[in-house]
Write a protein that binds this ligand. Structure first.
Ligand SMILES: [Zn+2]
Ligand SMILES: [Zn+2]
Length: 154
């Protein structure tokens, strides 16, 4: 089944009329798990749907949110990001490239004595810092700086 068919099926299962725009927005979210913003979705789909407006993208996402087809990513950063992965998972926000990475929270699952007996229904795990790629890039820069300083000493 291609992703457009999956999108149609998912819309129908959630009692949303599968209009062309809705199908494309959902298919984009499913195939691009990068936690896009309204702006990113709009820019990506404009070539395929020249009549698309940002308001339509925004309203469509609001509908998806209401039907729990997408989740907002709990990052207070400039714009709202959307996630088609509605399972519990953690997010890591890289402050350098501003990408949001998914990770499995099973590894950090611990019993919290303070919440003993509580019923936990949602978990928002949010880390931030610098991702591996950006750390590598930064490291190269630092290496160069070190060499430069070393030459100065000689
Ligand atoms: Zn990064
Ligand atoms: Zn996510």
């Amino acid at each position: 089944m291609n992703v457009l068919d999956s999108a149609v099926k998912l819309l129908q299962e959630n009692e949303i009329r599968p209009s062309l725009t809705r199908i494309h927005i959902l298919a984009y979210l499913l195939t691009n798990p990068v936690h896009p913003t309204v702006e990113q979705i709009y820019q990506a789909l404009l070539p395929q749907i020249p009549t698309l407006s940002k308001t339509t993208v925004y309203n469509t996402l609001d509908l998806f949110l209401a039907k729990k087809l997408v989740k907002p990513v709990g990052v207070e950063y400039k714009e709202k990001h959307y996630d088609a992965n509605t399972q519990n998972h953690g997010h890591f926000f890289c402050r350098v490239c501003e990408k949001i990475f998914d990770f499995d929270t099973h590894y950090i699952e611990t019993e919290t004595p303070e919440l003993k007996g509580f019923q936990i229904e949602a978990k928002n795990v949010y880390y931030s810092g610098v991702c591996l790629d950006c750390r590598h890039k930064n490291k190269h820069k630092e290496d160069k700086n070190e060499k430069f300083e070393g030459n100065q000493d000689c």
